[in-house]
Design a protein around this ligand. Sequence first.
Ligand code: IVH
Length: 667
Amino acid sequence: MTENEAKKRIDELRKALHYHNYRYYVLDDPIISDSEYDSLLIELKELEEKFPEFYDENSPTVKVGGKPLNKFDKVEHRIPMVSLDDGFSDNEIRDFDSKVKKFLGVSHNEVIDYSVEPKFDGLSIDLIYKNGKLEVASTRGDGFVGENVTQNVRTIKNVPLVLSLENPPVYIDVQGEVLLTKEEFNKINSERMEKGLQPFANPRNAAAGSIRQLDPKETAKRNLIMIMYYIRQIDGYGRKILTQHESLEVLKEIGFPISEYNELAHGIEKAIEYKKELEKIRDSLPYELDGVVIKVDRFDFQEKLGFTTKSPRWAIAFKFPAEQATTKILDIQVNVGRTGILTPVAILEPVNIGGVTVSRASLHTMDEIEKKDIMIGDTVFVQRAGDVIPEVVKPVKDLRDGTQRPFKMPDRCPVCGSKVIKDGAYYMCSNINCPSALKESIKHFVSRKAMNIDGFGDKIVEQLVDKGIVKDVSDIYTLDKETLMSLDRVGEKLAENLLTSIERSKGTTFAKFIYALGIRHVGEYVAKLLAERFRNLENLKESTKEKLLGINGIGEEIANSVVSFFSEKRNLDTIDKLLSYGVHFEDKKKEQSKISGNSFVFTGTLSKPRGYFKELVEKKGGIVRSSMSKNLDYLVVGDNPGSKLNRAESLGVKIINERELLKLLEE
Ligand code: IVH
């Protein structure tokens, strides 16, 4: 291939890939399959490697991240990035409406149209495109000067690097929010905890941490997304824009991802209703919202209203109640986990946080307690986010009255009385047979993401250990009906069901089996990595530290823990017993079924967590998506469905309930 031919092909491939990104990420309506997309991308990558002279920082191949930086440069915003005023009650929002009318000099009876939009709880980012190419991406900073994070923003999959338009605007400055989905946030946090790192308190902090990585390859791994909501300036674009809701349409037309929940509200009461509707479906959305933004729709009105020094007069954020609350620490108790680690837990005066009553919160480690300066009797901020256990954020020191007392780690294990030893930041029970650790490891072993033994609740585990019936996890497979019926509150029916669940759990996957073993620092994600790399138990047992460290995502701590687990005879014996009782794992090919290849979206509340249904669908070869498109096969509707239901109706998507889904899965 000559240089000229290569250049021509590279240009064609780049153009095609930018267009397919737009179909996929903005329109949610791809017209080629993932593997077709991949083959175009691979062809481009190979050509770019052979002809490095045609490097382009906006090539679709840069999504994996370029070279690391030493620091971020500063960017001065040509137009300051202001923030929004907040309102928390319906009346504050009505006051805002009155003020708008007064300022505009229109009668109180006049009805103002408002563009109503979700308020995304992420990180505000400004993007500037010149002649259709991404030029600079910057953080808000202090509103006047931000940081240049272009390299990192380039790795965000749904951010267009090049606008797929015949005549893109000559200049466009747009603002949007960088976010992490709750799923991605929980994944990052479990990886962090497996590595012994402090989890992020909420998706917002995690997104901010991800965008401020000096190495763009790290940012690329975080799977951030961006949603745009504001055109700050646009020059040289054919279409005249008169309102905010039109400008959102224009954003989409130009190739930017926007929210599917934007609406136009005729009058402030409709805007208040919109907030209530969105609040209902808030938990079922894939990312976090902290309220809605209400914007005067007409641009001529916006211009008249203008800005104060810190915010526009034409918009207000109507915030949802915070997922944070203050309460009192009544006591600090110590839990003994399955690896024998002692974890301090705050016993709280029960408090409602975002609709959930919280009465316990993790304090992680003694170091954390000292660092945050937390005392028993303190009034504290408590926060809840995603699947993370509620966390004590910090004490309100002003409210101390002398009755507070410091917490001290016990010298003896609160469960078995053995000596407590210190291992780095951790305090551990020195007794490897500590019954508490055994109970926890059994609870972990039977849990849904591990061996998934349905109905094997905590009360049963406690009794089995206390009575000395189960001495290690393999003893579960020796249980018979009579023994089970000798336990409190276990009748014949329950005993039979338990035995069926136990029997069924014997066939599992290698990854779940590894996870179930409860190796320290090996969570669900690392277990999957190990299963993929080693394929079978023999290989895994013989793995060395060097081999383990060769796996991307596995560090020193995990490697040491895996090696030490398999060097312990007691653990090897347990594994042998499990296998001899019939536990087996083949990573079966995905089952062929009626729903193979069909796509599903969930909305509303179902009888079990979404993850449960997702797993069932995927096991049968179905695909679970988070957003609607006309190619979607099924919308599964639970209680209080969101606006997806209306969209499904208008798109002609098949709508089913949970019972119908289960029936489909059986076929
Ligand atoms: S409009 C001039 N719309 O909320 C007005 N902001 O608390 C520009 N935010 O700094 C902002 N969702 O980071 C707007 N739909 C939305 C938003 C939104 C989230 C953020 C943005 C802003 C902050 C203010």
